[in-house]
Design a protein around this ligand. Structure first.
Ligand code: FRU
Length: 525
């Protein structure tokens, strides 16, 4: 694999792993939830919404609760909208004080889902809630039937000005209108709380001391409060029918109260947080959605309360199981994220190593290439130098040829001459031996070492050996090299350098020309 390919592969792997660790799958949305009250019904809704986010990554819920205070809810909606939410889910505490505030949010471009309670404006994206008129109506009929069409009824309505209070009352009254034997002897508004229900009933009893056959509470808590007030007032409560709305399955909820005969009946007022969140996501993702969603309700009586509680237990088990799975998935997600970070770091580290390796290999290659070029240059220079020396020798030879013929060296005696010649040759070989390893060593230098001109040297050497000084120097170099090759363990280039060749390829050429074989053959012997 070429360094480029490794580099590219690692780069892609790193990028992929980093991308993988960044991929969240979905867009991120912030959903603001403005609740009007703090009670177990609202708590249940909150838990369901939170649970729904387990299956819908990228949704952040921002909850606020105004505890039945409309002015506080106005301010909370205001700051929620300013905090950069993408959608608002709101249960307006009362219609009048909150309609304008919610209109403003809608007008600013933030989608608004009205949940459970309404405003008096068409400025909302979607509405989800049960049919409160139908709930009041259903309970009215059930009560009238249970009374056998005759009796006196008291009603504690929900918070003044909140839409479910008005709608439930309307439905209830319409149902009673079908039973001429039934009369509504008194009506008071509560505030959806048990305490408020108790107080409202106490107020009613102050002005009414007639018979009471049934009580309709706007919700279960107020019905319980009303029952307490009746008992506190010293009126018998055991023969009175008590009706409420909500029918929560919790330990202190309406279903348990019906099962325990504290309430006669209640109507399920569904929370359905999961559906609510899915609707919010459909709106945010630009999908199709229903503008009005009516959640179904049903009556809870002593006959079905226990079954409903059993079913609820199963639902709780399942949701506990889901919560546990969510926790485990969270832990797994964390460890995968950690692994991705580690892999990313390792890949990054490898990438750095590969990049360094890549540059190192490139520099090494360039260095080798430069060495080769240098070597070739050296060889050329060396060869040219030798050729030059040889040509100079030839020139000298030509110049001195004529003179040699004329000069008769008759005066000198043969013996004296021979001794001098021997001494000269000894000196000559000694100098060559000493300087042999110096590749710069030239015939010019040799002649100056011997205190002679180059021409004199040439003449003398040629006369004594029949060879030119260049040939003598080369011959001595090659003879020594041959000896070193066969007697020592030096390799060819080491031998070449030690006898004054700076280029081993040029050495090989000269060696082959002289010995008619390759240096390699000598070193094998
Ligand atoms: C919860 C609650 C319920 C009631 C509903 C009416 O806050 O008071 O008990 O049914 O709101 O909006």
């Amino acid at each position: 694999m070429r360094p480029y390919s490794i580099f590219r592969a690692l780069f892609l792997a790193t990028a992929a792993s980093l991308l993988l660790s960044c991929d969240k799958g979905n867009e991120d949305f912030i959903v603001g939830v403005s609740q009007c009250s703090e009670d177990s019904w609202r708590q249940k809704l909150k838990e369901e919404l939170e649970m729904a986010t387990y299956f819908n990554d990228g949704v952040t819920l921002r909850f606020v609760s105004s505890n039945d205070d409309s002015e506080l809810q106005q301010r909370q909606i205001d700051s929620l909208a300013a905090s950069g939410i993408d959608l608002l889910i709101v249960s307006p505490n009362q219609v009048d004080p909150l309609s304008e505030e919610i209109d403003k949010v809608y007008d600013s471009g933030i989608p608004v889902i009205l949940f459970d309670r309404k405003t008096d404006s068409p400025k909302y994206t979607a509405f989800v809630g049960a049919d409160n008129y139908q709930i009041g109506n259903m309970l009215g009929h059930h009560m009238a039937e249970s009374l056998g069409g005759r009796g006196t009824v008291l009603e504690i309505g929900g918070l003044v000005g909140s839409s479910p209070a008005d709608e439930r009352h309307e439905g209830f009254m319409d149902a009673l209108s079908h039973y001429p034997g039934i009369s509504l002897a008194g009506f008071e508004n509560g505030d959806w709380t048990e305490e408020g229900g108790e107080k409202a009933m106490a107020r009613l009893l102050e002005s009414y001391d007639g018979p009471v056959d049934a009580v309709f509470g706007g919700n279960d808590r107020m019905a319980i409060g009303a029952r307490k007030a009746i008992r506190k007032a010293g009126r018998g409560d055991s023969d009175i029918l008590f009706y409420g709305v909500d029918a929560l399955p919790s330990a202190d909820g309406g279903i348990r109260q019906v099962a325990d005969s504290i309430l006669t009946a209640s109507a399920i007022y569904p929370t359905q947080g999961t559906e609510l969140l899915l609707l919010a996501l459909d709106i945010l993702r630009g999908k199709e959605y229903a503008r009005e969603t009516t959640m179904r309700s049903s009556i809870v009586t002593h006959a079905n309360a226990e079954i409903l509680l059993l079913q609820h237990e199963e639902v709780v088990r399942q949701s506990d199981y889901l919560k546990m799975m969510h926790l485990q998935a969270g832990r797994m997600h964390d460890s995968i994220t950690l692994q991705q970070i580690i892999i990313g770091i390792v890949l990054l580290f490898l990438l750095v190593i590969v990049v360094l390796l890549f540059f190192y290999i490139r520099a090494y290659r360039q260095k080798t290439l430069l060495n080769e070029i240098l070597q070739e240059e050296k060889e050329t220079v060396e060869r040219q130098r030798d050729e030059l020396e040889e040509q100079r020798d030839k020139l000298i030879e030509l110049t001195i040829k004529g003179q040699d013929e004329e000069e008769e060296d008759a005066e000198q005696s043969v013996g004296k001459e021979m001794r001098r010649d021997n001494a000269f040759l000894q000196k000559l070989t000694q100098i060559i031996e000493q300087k042999m390893s110096d590749s710069e060593f030239s015939v010019e230098e040799l002649s100056s070492e011997l205190c002679m001109s180059r021409v004199q040297l040439y003449r003398k050497v040629k006369a004594l050996t029949g060879k030119s000084p260049v040939e003598i120097v080369r011959q001595m170099r090659l003879t020594k090299a041959d000896r070193l090759l066969s007697e020592t363990s030096l390799n060819i280039s080491e031998v070449a350098y030690s006898v004054g060749f700076s280029s081993s390829s040029y050495f090989t050429k000269c060696y082959r020309d002289y010995f008619d074989r390759l240096p390699r053959q000598a070193s094998q012997n």
